[in-house]
Design a protein around this ligand. Sequence first.
Ligand code: GUN
Length: 283
Amino acid sequence: MYTLIDGKLLAAEMRGELKEKTQLFEKERGRKVGLAVVLAGDNPASQVYVRNKIKACDEVGIKSFAVYLPQNVTQSVLEQAVKELVSNCAVDGVLVQLPLPEHIDAESVLKLIPAEKDVDGFSAENTGKLLLNEQSLVACTPHGVMKMLEKYKIDTKGKRAVVLGRSNIVGKPMAVLLLNADATVTVCHSKTQNLKEECLRADIIVSAIGKPKFLTADMVKEGAAVIDVGMNRDEAGKLCGDVDFDKVKEKCSYITPVPGGVGPMTITMLMYNAYYAAVRSKT
Ligand code: GUN
């Protein structure tokens, strides 16, 4: 029998706690926590994510600053918008939704966000601090996964963890967080040989590769915990994760659904990061 990790419920609980914290912040500092979200272009998935981020801000009492720019925005207009948000003392965190339109140099845009307002945890400084196991703003998705493991008391100490995917946003920070939590971590990617054997050894699998139903039951050890970061569409256009959920769940001790698993936790950790940045700000 498996336990379903209810990300939606966990996120709702955490947002309730966060709302109390942001109210206290407002009382003490005479202003709200502020989070800016920049969306450039018309990527439909990004539009949904940004809408959900703004909605979550309202829910937890964070003031949102949304900036929408067209698909053909120039580098300089986008950079100017980010610069203005960064220098606004009512804005504690700035997030630029990725991916940016192809003609934009995303790295130059992201570099404009100082570490203390980098609520995505993407900057070199925050990434470096994570590696050194120092307090920092941690990338929201892997941070949310760690919260899920903690809340469901899934032991990481000395356990074999396999991370599928090596992106800067999810795979790499996920591996570091698991390592910091005393797991024995293997990162698998498109060039990995014997991927099935690597997965079969794992007590915990975190999949973030973006391939629908990639992780099948024959790749999972009996009793493993499986966390699905994937957000894909199947042949019928239905939202699905990286995990062949219906078959894999029968072998698991714990498993996350898609939707209703990691997704709501990612946004909750963004709210948490904005609050964390606000508490540390001087304004
Ligand atoms: N696009 C997909 N995931 C993310 C994320 O966590 N942050 C940003 N800024 N863009 C994304």
